[in-house]
Design a protein around this ligand. Sequence first.
Ligand code: ATP
Ligand code: MG
Length: 279
Amino acid sequence: MVRFEAVGLRYPGGGPHTGSWGPEALVDVTFALPPGSFTWLLGPSGAGKSSVLRLMHLALRPTRGEVEVLGLRSSRAPRAALAPVRRRIGVVFQDFRLLPYLSAFDNVALPLRLAGRPEASLRADVNEILKWVGLDGKAASLPPELSGGEQQRVAIARAVVHRPALLVADEPTGNLDNRQARRLLALLREMNRMGATVVVATHDEDLVARFPAPALVLRDGRLHDPDGARGIGADLTVDRFAPHPDAAEADDLAPEPPPPTAPPRRDPDLGDRRSPDLG
Ligand SMILES: Nc1ncnc2c1ncn2[C@@H]1O[C@H](COP(=O)(O)OP(=O)(O)OP(=O)(O)O)[C@@H](O)[C@H]1O
Ligand SMILES: [Mg+2]
């Protein structure tokens, strides 16, 4: 599903077009995530979490090593091969990346509209997911009229509305209060139960404690296994959430999932446009 093999990643250094490269932001990163797994991505600020996620959602290619996502080896793949794979990946960006001139409803509807879904059928799905993230009253609001946490919930709704096979979320609860964070985690977990492979980068230790799952721990761009128990060296064959005493409580916060959506027919292409390589 997702495989990193001796991955190194450098960003351009000294500004654009200088031809120079910075130090490796990721160094010898190797791991594999099975289909249907849920994985935390942990580590201090600057450790490389967003960089790992950018490689995972094909916004960047590695500068060395191999990244394989949904059967595609990104280092060798022609650009044209990337779009259909990106279409199957939902991304919650750390900085949201909502379109400021579109309403919350239209931001969430975008992946479905780009996939050619008829208006009549997408309306129910968008309303359902907005309800799930607690924003049914804000469907008509523009992102600048929403709080940080509300914008984050729109971003999460947009990432999941088309039922991606792989869902990567970068600090998806960074702007939410504890209750909303648990509710959103319940949503991501539900997506995982329905078959999506889910990777969540977070600093929120309370959330991780509530929803135990295998973790990738990064330090200074390298995978780190502090106690041999929870790091990537541990049990990545565990591909489901372990039961947790608080899980039921969190589940109670989540309404029923929306009805399944039809498979997208065209590329929503919500990929990270910052990458000069793949953008
Ligand atoms: N676009 C970029 N250009 C140059 N260097 C970058 C770029 N993005 C990230 N880096 C560098 O790569 C390293 C890892 O950054 P990354 O954003 O992946 O960390 P992170 O773990 O997501 O941090 P945070 O928790 O603060 O979001 C840092 O040293 C950062 O300065
Ligand atoms: Mg980050």
